[in-house]
Design a protein around this ligand. Structure first.
Ligand code: 5RP
Length: 262
């Protein structure tokens, strides 16, 4: 089955496979959302079922919760877990300081809360998500539905005074209707092209009334695990200042790949 994977899926898989090495029995683990995070949930599920790994998972979306239960990971809410040992999640972009854009899958709010409530956040990614400057990927901003058009207009006006190269926002749609997050909110994607001052942008956007949270993760991610299509993985730890590389072999993992829904 692994032979049928595209190079990008292989890259995502090996990143996930390497990242689960950080998880030990007894840990409370934040489970991210998206196609890369889905590999990680599958890998952890296999470790629970076959190696006796004992963990508690805190999912960052209803779809991750569903997958976690399917693969046998015991799931609790963040309030039950209270604090987590580690969160493993994907990202849409990351830079050399491990600042991130997240929310392409619409789960940024729960993802940010869960990652912030963790001793360590590990991002898993294929190499294409690494950028010199964040912002080519549209920045998701979660807003309450009430007055969203006004919120969007104020956001666009606010952007004029920020160090970004675009000021246009679009409401995220699901077909013909607004995309609705797990928290019942809308998402406005900001087309910024390049964000020169990530910290300022993250802080200022959250001051706009109606904004619940934005998809910039600053000083939250500790480690990035970057996968490549040939099985090479690179682990960069921003706190330790270390970079390690290793090759992960594909094994017969039919059971792991058979029904990934994400
Ligand atoms: C969901 C996210 C995802 O982590 C991000 O969109 C990356 O997804 P994928 O692994 O499918 O590329 O932030 O809200």
């Amino acid at each position: 089955m692994s032979g049928e994977l595209s190079p990008i899926d292989k890259a995502k898989f090996v990143a996930a496979k390497r990242a689960v090495d950080f998880v030990e029995s007894g840990m409370r683990v934040g489970l991210g959302t998206g196609s890369t995070a889905a590999w990680m949930v599958r890998c952890l599920g296999e470790m629970v079922r076959e190696d006796g790994l004992k963990i508690t998972g805190v999912p960052t979306s209803t779809r991750t919760a569903e997958l976690a239960r399917q693969v046998g990971i015991p799931v609790v809410s963040l309030d039950e877990a209270k604090w987590l040992d580690v969160t493993i999640d994907g990202a849409d972009e990351f830079d050399r300081d491990l600042a991130l854009i997240k929310g392409g899958g619409g789960a940024l709010l729960q993802e940010k809360i869960v990652a912030t409530a963790s001793d360590q956040m590990i991002v898993i990614s294929d190499a294409s998500k690494e950028v010199e400057h964040l912002g080519a990927f549209p920045l998701p901003v979660e807003v309450v539905p009430f007055g969203w058009q006004t919120t969007k207009a104020i956001l666009e006006e606010t952007l004029i005074n920020l160090e970004v190269l675009g000021q246009h926002g679009t409401l995220r749609l699901n077909g013909d209707v607004p995309f609705v997050t797990d928290e019942g909110n809308f998402i406005i994607d900001l087309h910024l092209n390049r964000i020169n001052n990530v910290r300022q942008t993250a802080l200022v956007l959250n001051q706009v009334p109606g904004v619940v949270e934005n998809g910039l993760f600053v000083d939250i991610c500790d480690v990035v695990v970057i996968g490549h299509g040939d099985g090479l993985v690179e682990v960069r730890d921003i706190n330790e200042g270390t970079v390690e590389q290793e090759k992960i072999e594909f094994v017969d993992t039919d059971n792991l790949f058979s029904d990934i829904a994400d």
